[in-house]
Design a protein around this ligand. Structure first.
Ligand code: B12
Length: 219
């Protein structure tokens, strides 16, 4: 029903910028037993198409904004369903941010919701976050993980700068850095000096589960 981008109609509703219809279909799919993460994936694939049309000059900023609004409405509907799986016990802590210059937040917030649902504590610093703020947050909460969400190639440099600041502050040793978001690649992971890269929130959650200090310590 979902995950294919064809049969549910959700993918098409996002591409038509029809928020009411997208929310209606998503609610119907949920009622019929669809997994919320599959519905997110349908939307993500549609957003990829919107992004490609923008890159090819077929769409402009207005279309990006419309698509963003549709996705926000759908993710607001899905959030409580994504959270429902939460265990109530923290398996570890993450400081998460979209860095300086980048204001995309929808994918970051989906990842945060899924990670919380998996039993992690997430300190979500928001968007357009200065590297120094990340360092201050890491000092304050001593997390197991730091996550950077990046949708603009211009933020790769800021990710690298932030990772270097964490290293210079002596905070990098026990810390795993994850990067995610539609424009990240394994090459970017290497450039930034991060431990993990993905464009799939569930893969990020799996990485955190695997590397949670709390789980390893039996805390
Ligand atoms: C919606 C959108 C917008 C909306 C953002 C709404 C919002 N508040 O978030 C608005 C209209 C504001 C916008 C603005 C701009 N945008 Co824009 N936008 C998009 C679009 C179409 C979709 C992004 C999205 O929400 N995707 C859906 C989510 C669910 O996917 P996701 O973010 O990848 O997240 C998933 C995973 O990656 C993962 N994940 C995300 N973060 C993290 C973090 C961690 C740690 C982990 C583990 C996992 C993880 O979890 C999610 C679920 O699996 C993309 C196209 C694309 N291909 O992504 C362009 C895109 C990102 N934008 C682009 C551009 C150019 C811009 C603008 C510069 C346009 C302009 N001329 O002003 C501005 C920049 C504004 C700024 N300073 O940030 C380009 C970037 C190109 C590049 N390589 O740098 C893209 C790629 C379009 C394109 N193909 O040209 N945009």
């Amino acid at each position: 029903m979902s995950g294919t981008g064809t049969s549910s109609g959700l993918h098409e509703a996002v591409l038509e910028f029809d928020a009411d219809e997208a929310v209606r279909i998503a609610a119907q799919c949920l009622a019929e037993g669809a997994a919320p993460v599959d519905l997110i994936e349908d939307c993500r694939a549609a957003m990829q198409v919107v992004g490609d049309r923008y890159a090819e000059g077929e769409y402009f900023l207005a279309e990006l904004m419309l698509a963003g609004e549709v996705l926000k409405r759908v993710s607001d509907l899905l959030r409580p369903h994504l959270q429902a799986a939460g265990s109530g016990r923290s398996h570890g802590t993450m400081v998460l941010a979209t860095l300086r210059g980048d204001i995309h937040y929808i994918g970051k917030d989906i990842f945060a919701t899924l990670l919380e649902a998996a039993g992690f504590t997430v300190h979500n610093l928001g968007v357009d976050v200065a590297p120094e703020r990340v360092v201050a947050a890491v000092r304050e909460v001593n997390p197991d993980f730091v996550g950077f969400s990046g949708l603009l190639s211009t933020t790769f440099e800021v990710m690298r700068e932030t990772a270097a600041l964490l290293h210079d502050a002596g905070l990098r040793t026990d810390l795993k850095i994850l990067i995610g978001g539609g424009v990240t690649t394994p090459e970017v992971r290497e450039y930034v000096g991060a431990d993990f890269q993905t464009r799939d929130a569930m893969a990020g959650v799996a990485f955190c589960r695997q590397h949670a200090r709390a789980a390893a310590d039996g805390r």
